[in-house]
Write a protein that binds this ligand. Structure first.
Ligand code: KIV
Ligand code: NA
Length: 266
């Protein structure tokens, strides 16, 4: 299959062809999503929750994400692989941001990086892009700043919120981002941003009028335990399926039903 490139994102927006993304954190899931024709795989710092069991994304480090990103990049034959820059790896200054982005590009085989923030991250985006690394921006609700934002709060609400969202979107486009994730914003605000930009908008809970849709795969597949956000549609219940399988296995071993003769070597 032909590799999805950043130019295909721009083309998709012009053609009105939706872009589809999922997160992935490992080789096997990435292989499946790639075969299924998912356009891009984000190795999100949501791995903090889904892989490492932290209660937020704040503790996640570059060193933790690099091996996961490498596994996903090995699996993806067609999908564009995006490495998420974790909290603390790019905010201080553009040098730090470029250094972190280069680590992902050198050490993992990812094709682009993602970082959070609109106007506040524009300088970082500009320098990373100047280093030859494509950047996916991320505005609206940005989980790495959940404490600054006062919790999991919908962004872009009201006239002032919508205006700030638009300023952030314009800033990341001007800085050279090839796409921008809009997380947890009202559909109307996301629509206005989508119409104002020439780069594609990718919705994570930003409604139907964006140029693409992205979900955290463990939420989308019913693997996550606990509460999942309103915007997630679950396409499978693999958590229940795995639990049932584990119970059946335990019961078979306890009863002597496993292993059966066909599982034995002569
Ligand atoms: O880390 C992540 O999974 C993300 C997406 C939800 C946008 O950043
Ligand atoms: Na993230």
């Amino acid at each position: 299959p032909k590799r999805v490139r950043t130019r295909h994102f721009l083309q998709a927006k012009r053609d009105g062809h939706p872009i589809v993304g999922l997160t992935s954190y490992d080789f096997l899931s990435a292989q499946i999503f790639d075969r299924a024709g998912i356009d891009f795989l984000l190795v999100g710092d949501s791995a903090g929750n889904t892989v490492f069991g932290y209660d937020s994304t704040l503790p996640v480090t570059v060193d933790e994400l690099i091996p996961l990103t490498r596994a996903v990049a090995r699996a993806a034959k067609r999908a564009l692989v995006v490495a998420d820059l974790p909290f603390g790896s790019y905010e201080t200054n553009p040098r730090e941001a470029v250094h972190s982005a280069i680590r992902f590009m050198k050490e993992t085989g990812a094709h682009a990086v993602k970082l959070e923030g609109g106007e506040r991250s524009a300088e970082q985006i500009r320098h990373i892009v100047e280093a030859g690394i494509p950047v996916m921006a991320h505005i609206g609700f940005t989980p790495q700043s959940e404490h600054g934002l006062g919790g999991h709060v919908i962004q872009g609400r009201g006239e002032a919120g919508a205006e700030q969202l638009l300023r952030d979107a314009r800033a990341v486009e001007a800085a050279g981002a090839f796409a921008v994730v809009l997380e947890m914003v009202p559909s109307a605000a996301a629509k206005a941003v989508t119409e104002a930009l020439s780069i594609p908008t990718i919705s994570v809970g930003a409604g139907p009028d964006c140029d693409g849709q992205l979900l955290v795969w463990t939420d989308w597949a019913g693997f996550t335990t606990g509460r999942i956000p309103r915007f997630v549609k679950q396409y499978a219940q693999i958590g229940q399926a795995l639990e049932a399988a584990a119970i059946a296995f335990r019961e078979d071993v306890e009863s002597g039903a496993y292993p059966a003769p066909e599982h034995e070597y002569e």
